[in-house]
Design a protein around this ligand. Sequence first.
Ligand SMILES: [Ca+2]
Length: 91
Amino acid sequence: MSSARAVRAALLAATTTVSMLAVAGPAQAVTDYANCDALHQDYKYGVAKSKAAANKQVRTGHYRPAVKPAVYAVNDESDADKDGTACEVTR
Ligand SMILES: [Ca+2]
């Protein structure tokens, strides 16, 4: 491996590490709610991991949840049916 190539490989590794930290950081700053009653205090209609997941809830007879990927990530145990929204509320 040439030294220029080694430097590029090292930079790529460092960049990858920083990117992973950037993803992990915000997830640790959000609240892991004990249950849906607790989550509903802050997010009345639940938390979706994406706009598409929120739209799916509306199409399937639920109120529109907040789209909060970081909040969803630490509360995905509250998404029992694994449809991309935690603690969805039926209309
Ligand atoms: Ca769900």
